[in-house]
Design a protein around this ligand. Structure first.
Ligand SMILES: C[S@@+](CC[C@H](N)C(=O)[O-])C[C@H]1O[C@@H](n2cnc3c(N)ncnc32)[C@H](O)[C@@H]1O
Length: 198
């Protein structure tokens, strides 16, 4: 099985946005993510920490929905691309580890993490740290999955639920595999989002 630690994210950055759900270039795919994101984020403008932000596609959607976004990614090349994608917008992108983001004492209303938790060596520890970054009433919005059927990688929703049990009071799992508009194709593996409240 491929380990996330084997991946060279700097090298993957150039072609990263070619995947429909990464670059969100197709308006139908983009609209599908924008609708979901709107339903997961608070209705009023808030502070969102996008961890493992990659090329900034979700940061851009959140910004367009009126939120104030800070993005963090370990890959300097990803961060460079995110900065270019959101040039001219009031967004901050930092190079750093999602497991311990370099945000000092700042707190956020939302910690948003798409397709990153599975790549961290100790997901349970990361979740506990993220919980501590939230203001009272804040939420974790986690979009994860198990990709591929032959040599699957990722984190299953049931496992993530277990990891969240000591961290969150309420956990809502939304299944996403069947929504082909999100992926730009039919998928038959496990894809889901979790909204976890204190
Ligand atoms: C599959 S991509 C997802 C990017 C973005 N969240 C999205 O949904 O488009 C995984 C991202 O996590 C980043 N990443 C991997 N390990 C990380 C870590 N420990 N800290 C911060 N970022 C990390 C990679 O550089 C990459 O940009």
């Amino acid at each position: 099985m491929t380990s996330a630690n084997d991946l060279d994210w700097d090298a993957l950055a150039a072609a990263f946005d070619d995947e429909p759900d990464h670059g969100l270039r197709d308006p139908e795919v983009r609209d599908a993510w924008a609708r979901r994101l709107r339903s997961w984020l608070p209705d009023t403008a808030c502070d969102v920490l996008d961890l493992g932000c990659g090329t900034g596609s979700l940061s851009l959607l959140a910004t367009e929905q009126g939120h104030r976004v800070t993005g963090v990614d370990l890959s300097p090349v990803m961060v460079e691309r995110a900065r270019a994608k959101l040039a001219g917008r009031d967004v901050v992108f930092l190079v750093g580890d999602a497991a311990a983001p370099p945000v000092g004492e700042r707190q956020f209303d939302v910690v948003l993490v798409r397709h990153v938790l599975w790549a961290l060596p100790d997901p349970g520890r990361a979740l506990r740290h993220w919980r501590g970054l939230l203001r009272p009433g804040g939420r974790l919005v986690l979009v994860e999955g198990v990709w591929g059927t032959v040599a699957p990688v990722g984190i299953a929703a049931d496992r993530l639920r277990e990891l969240l049990a000591p961290v969150a009071g309420s956990v809502w799992v939304e299944r996403l595999s069947q929504d082909t508009a999100l992926w730009g194709k039919v998928v038959d593996d496990e894809r889901y989002a979790v909204v976890a409240l204190e």
